[in-house]
Design a protein around this ligand. Structure first.
Ligand SMILES: Nc1nc2c(ncn2[C@@H]2O[C@H](COP(=O)(O)OP(=O)(O)OP(=O)(O)O)[C@@H](O)[C@H]2O)c(=O)[nH]1
Length: 230
């Protein structure tokens, strides 16, 4: 449905096959044990597409901003506790005019990554409205994670780390600050969500519950970083 980043998608390989089509085939055909749907939500221009591209391809989409039209998705298979977990990640358009399109996809998602831009106050102020929409349209037990993106733009920051953390705590959701540009915490955010979903799906009655907050905190400690998580 989406036509975003057409220039990227249309790159041709030497034999004329679209690189985008080849990548799609490879990710669709890759072996996996279990699959989950994850959606990226948040205002336009907070960096949803860039976070997804960073996670999927390890690259940063700089340059001119092209807003997503409708919805798009990418697959990535991760190894979680010896199992192959496929995340089908839906990248939604943040613009208001596409809301009715994206609402239709909420109920199929098992996890939602809700982004704001740490340099844009309105994107942070709108998080409550996004959470209201999520409660209206998504599954009751959906995994939600709040991400404050663009931490590389420290000089332009208007939302303090503590403000993001406080809001996340209020709603009982995990929180991290990310940068699609540098890649900080992007992989960790998706991995934490994949682990939570995998543990939920395979949990035995007497097994201790996977704690996503504790997992994020211990991973951050291992990497020697102290901020950016709850
Ligand atoms: N410096 C910096 N710029 C970023 C980062 N993430 C995204 N951007 C830039 O922010 C702009 C918007 O990024 P997108 O990923 O297209 O935003 P989006 O949330 O997908 O926007 P919609 O498709 O309209 O919903 C682009 O110009 C990106 O290059 C980041 O972590 N750091």
């Amino acid at each position: 449905m989406s036509t975003k980043k057409a220039s990227l998608k249309d790159k041709e390989t030497k034999n004329g096959t679209s690189k985008y089509v080849l990548e799609r085939c490879a990710s669709v055909c890759e072996y996996f044990d279990i699959a989950f749907k994850v959606m990226l939500l948040g205002d336009s221009a907070v960096g949803k597409t860039c976070v997804l591209v960073r996670f999927k391809d390890g690259a940063f989409l700089g340059g001119n901003f092209i807003a997503t039209v409708g919805i798009d998705f990418r697959n990535k298979v991760l190894t979680v506790d010896n199992a192959k977990v496929k995340l089908q990640i839906w990248d939604t358009a943040g613009q208001e005019r596409f809301r009715s399109v994206t609402h239709a996809y909420y109920r199929d998602a098992q996890a939602l990554l809700l982004l704001y831009d740490i340099t844009c106050k309105s994107s942070f102020d709108n998080i409550r409205a996004w959470l209201t929409e999520i409660h209206e349209y998504a599954q009751k037990d959906v995994v939600i994670m709040l991400l404050g993106n663009k931490t590389d733009m420290a000089g332009e920051r208007v939302i303090k780390h503590e403000e993001g953390e406080k809001l996340a705590k209020e709603y009982g959701v995990p929180f991290m600050e990310t940068s699609a540009k540098t890649g900080v915490n992007v992989e960790l955010a998706f991995l934490a969500v994949a682990k939570e979903l995998k543990h939920r799906s395979a949990q035995q009655p007497n097994e201790p519950k996977f704690q996503i907050h504790d997992y994020i905190a211990s991973e951050k400690q291992k990497s020697g970083c102290c901020g950016g998580y709850m």
